[in-house]
Design a protein around this ligand. Structure first.
Ligand SMILES: *Cc1c(COP(=O)(O)O)cnc(C)c1O
Length: 254
């Protein structure tokens, strides 16, 4: 595992961002893609407010958070920052849908109709809408989160009825491994599924986005077509909290 250095100051965040953007550009060049077709989503989970404010000053104006409670608290604390947006990228329980509807601009981990319905109901009440990505389990039995690939088509067909949800595409967590031979097939699986769903998706459902790739594997993900990379540690620095706090079953295999 590489050692991710911590960014504290605005300058340090600028450096880390420049480094990550440089790698994104290089990965795009490898496969003839336009770097503008890849969105970098900085992931700020566990990072305290003071440092997030510096990241924002360095240009991070949309932040990914795994846990709703933590994200909601940060949203409240930093509501003075104009245009700071929050993307929820972790598993959601129905009873947290109300909070997400209140403040999130994007939810990337949709994998159940109950959660979709709860979100839609809350959003309707608030007169808001939300960009959503459907989370897919591309690593087979490794994780309990995300729909199995063969259930995604039927799931997506039910979403146009929930008019406050704007479906944008798919999201996945690859298998946790330093071995590209194991990781790459997860990304290929998601892209192949997205390409197939493009043919069958109902009106109003967009299948443009592929959210895949994290600090350890975003270049590989870009080679396989990622349009959103979710990068935490390579921007903010190594986390103290074990990954098993976020995806219990996968963390054990790291
Ligand atoms: C934490 C997290 C990331 C970012 O992981 P890093 O190793 O910090 O880049 C990406 N996606 C999800 C769902 C996460 O929870």
């Amino acid at each position: 595992m590489s050692a991710y250095t911590t960014a504290n100051t605005v300058d340090e965040f600028r450096q880390h961002l420049a480094d990550v953007y440089g790698r994104i550009t290089a990965a795009c060049a490898e496969v003839g893609r336009d770097p503008a077709s890849v969105r970098l989503l900085p992931v700020s989970k566990t990072v305290p407010e003071e440092r997030i404010r510096n990241a924002y000053a360095a240009g991070c104006n949309t932040l990914g958070e795994n846990k709703v409670q933590e994200a909601h608290g940060k949203w409240q604390a930093m509501s003075d920052l104009p245009d700071l947006r929050w993307s929820i990228i972790g598993h959601l329980q129905t009873n947290k849908a109300k909070q997400v509807a209140e403040f999130a601009s994007e939810f990337q981990a949709l994998d159940s109709l109950r959660v979709a319905e709860a979100l839609d109901k809350r959003l309707q009440a608030l007169g808001r809408s939300l960009d959503v990505l459907v989370q897919v389990n591309t690593s087979n039995e490794e994780s309990k989160f995300g729909l199995p690939p063969d259930e995604v088509e039927a799931f997506v067909k039910q979403l146009p009825a929930l008019s406050s949800l704007r479906v944008r595409g798919l999201m996945t967590l690859a298998l946790f491994s330093d071995d590209a031979v194991k990781v790459r097939p997860c990304f290929v699986r998601l892209r192949t599924l997205r390409d197939r769903l493009r043919q069958s998706a109902p009106a109003g459902v967009a299948m443009d986005e592929l959210s895949m790739g994290m600090s350890g594997d975003y270049e590989l993900a870009i080679e396989e077509g990622s349009t959103i990379v979710r990068v935490g540690q390579a921007i903010f620095g190594a986390r103290r909290v074990a990954d098993s706090a976020y995806w219990p079953e996968q963390g054990a295999n790291r």
